[in-house]
Design a protein around this ligand. Structure first.
Ligand code: NDP
Length: 323
């Protein structure tokens, strides 16, 4: 089978399209023939070594497809079932072997396999951020950075579902329109406007209850200034670079602020929690209550191009790879 292997850290050119053996499922595992694999920013961090990996490795960690074979002792799923997953290494490939406890069944009549692959990681992220990290209450105001991105468009929709007033930021007019389409009440072009001043103006000088920041280095300090007293800074990524260490005294000076740096793995620790998040997303998609925008579908062999576009701020919504 074909897979994208990484032998050394580096730019998109280290993503190597190679032949590798089809993996066999062991006890408690299933082999899935992938209909699509999701591309995520974490794949960039792993490729560059920002998140260290044991080399060589197969890139990717999200996908969906049909179960082809199961290992010993597996009774929950059978060949022919459709399943999706996030957080399982080795997803930039034609087949993956995954632990059954990380797989979520879905019904292809209601949710296309590509859609399932597209929503797992970014959708569950938007879910935990809005429902668990800072469970949004009706009427609260939120600032979502990179609102036209993969997580961003889903965050806007889920924050609206919870009754928030949503301010988004985006790099271009085209991205701003997409964010508005996803429910953002206001969108700030943070490449041209001062987002702190704009956020203060929009909230009548008060600031927002929560900032969801995936951009990191370039936006973190401004985000703290955009919060109201006792507001929450939820830093969940570093698309512009990682945030350097901060003096905790700043949180006192700026209004008794809270800061957290969450990750999906810690919000899908139990099978129950994983199913709550994933099945909620599938139900919303089936009911047409959640729009998952696939902004780009690339061939598996063109994974390097997907990474270039993602890092180059050229993309909107979700990117997927198809075998
Ligand atoms: P996006 O689709 O959001 O792509 C990144 C976007 O960030 C760009 O399109 C761009 O939007 C914005 N951006 C701002 N500055 C830069 C820069 N210097 N370089 C590149 N992009 C920049 O990606 P994802 O939805 O896949 O991921 C978003 C973030 O969320 C990532 O940082 C990722 O690591 C994080 N994440 C964290 C998770 C967690 O559990 N902690 C889980 C999933 C994702 P614009 O042009 O509008 O500024």
């Amino acid at each position: 089978m074909k897979a994208i292997r990484v032998h050394e850290y580096g730019g998109p050119e280290v993503l190597s399209y190679e032949d590798v053996p089809v993996p066999e499922p062991g006890p408690g595992q299933a082999r899935v023939r992938l209909a699509a694999s999701g591309v995520n920013f974490i794949d960039v961090y792993q490729r560059t070594g920002v998140y260290p990996m044991d080399l060589p490795f197969t890139a990717g960690q999200e996908g969906a497809g049909e179960v082809e074979a199961v290992g010993e002792g597996v009774e929950e799923i059978s060949p022919g079932d459709f399943v999706a997953f996030a957080g399982v290494p080795g997803a930039y490939a034609e087949y993956i072997v995954a632990p059954v406890e990380r797989l979520v069944l879905f019904n292809v009549t209601y949710v296309e396999a590509r859609m399932a692959a597209a929503v797992m990681l970014q959708g569950m992220t938007a879910h935990y951020l809005t429902h668990s990290t800072f469970p949004i209450q009706e009427g609260q105001s939120v600032l979502v950075h990179a609102a036209a991105g993969g997580v961003g468009l889903l965050l806007c929709q889920l924050a609206k579902m919870r009754g928030a007033s949503v301010i988004g930021t985006a790099g271009t007019e085209e991205k701003a329109k997409l964010a508005k389409g996803a429910g953002a009440d206001e969108v700030i072009l943070y490449t041209e406007q001062d987002f702190v001043e704009e956020t203060k103006r929009i909230t009548g000088g008060e600031g927002v209850h929560v900032v969801y920041d995936s951009v990191g280095k370039d936006t973190f300090d401004g985000g703290l200034d955009s919060l109201r007293p006792r507001g929450y800074m939820v830093l969940f990524g570093g698309s512009s670079g990682q945030v350097p260490p901060i003096d905790l005294q700043i949180l006192n000076q700026k209004g008794s602020l809270f800061v957290t740096r969450p990750k999906l793995a810690d919000y899908t620790l139990t099978r129950e929690e994983l199913l709550w998040r994933a099945e909620s997303l599938f139900a919303w998609i089936g009911q047409n209550n959640l729009d998952v925008r696939i902004g780009g579908a690339y061939k598996l062999s063109e994974a390097d191009g997907a990474h270039r576009d993602l890092e180059g701020r050229k993309t909107t919504g979700k990117l997927i790879l198809v075998p």
